[in-house]
Design a protein around this ligand. Structure first.
Ligand SMILES: Cc1cc2nc3c(=O)[nH]c(=O)nc-3n(C[C@H](O)[C@H](O)[C@H](O)COP(=O)(O)O)c2cc1C
Length: 159
């Protein structure tokens, strides 16, 4: 299955998750893991599965991920299976702040708007959006998150 895992990453944590997901999907010749800034539009042709991930920054995906999603033509993902993930703070970090819990409840995280946009472009969502946790802004990832990401990816292609 021709697959692209496209990600953005500021401190490297989302990149690690993207790699864990890509590596879990099997046959390396069919799976490419690409930073969003290196994706060329023609790489989307003939695609069967597209997985997009971003760090959550102010409740949203990064500008680079948003721009990439906007540039996909209308119905450009017709017949393509899609999935979305993000990295985000743990609840215990969020609860250290007095105001953050309120805004997180209101605005959420990056993965949901990514999956909404992928579906709007015609993609078939094969697994609910998922978040993977960092212990602090710059990481590291919470223990076990790479394994959880690999399991999420394997579940996505089983369905
Ligand atoms: C400016 C900034 C804003 C952030 N906003 C959020 C947020 O709204 N919600 C959240 O859960 N985490 C937030 N974080 C934590 C990031 O999600 C975390 O830095 C990211 O997962 C790290 O991924 P990366 O190493 O791939 O950049 C923010 C971090 C920074 C630096």
């Amino acid at each position: 299955m021709k697959t692209l895992v496209i990600y953005d990453s500021v401190f490297g944590n989302t990149e690690q998750i993207a790699q864990a997901i890509g590596n879990a999907l099997g046959s390396q010749k069919d799976v490419e893991i690409l930073r969003v800034s290196n994706v060329k539009p023609e790489q989307l042709t003939g695609l069967e599965l597209l997985i997009v991930g971003s760090p959550t920054r102010q409740f949203r995906p990064t500008a680079a991920i948003n721009n990439f999603l906007k540039r996909i033509p209308k119905n450009g993902l017709k017949g393509v299976k899609v999935a979305a993930f993000d990295t985000r703070f743990t609840m215990s970090v969020i609860e250290e702040s007095r105001v953050l819990p309120f805004f997180v409840r209101l605005f959420g995280y990056a993965a949901k708007p990514i999956s909404d946009r992928l579906k709007k472009k015609g993609g078939e969502l094969i697994i609910p959006p998922e978040g993977f946790y960092v212990k602090d802004s710059e990481g590291p990832l919470k223990d076990g998150e790479l394994e959880r990401a690999a399991a999420w990816a394997r579940l996505a292609i089983k369905t």
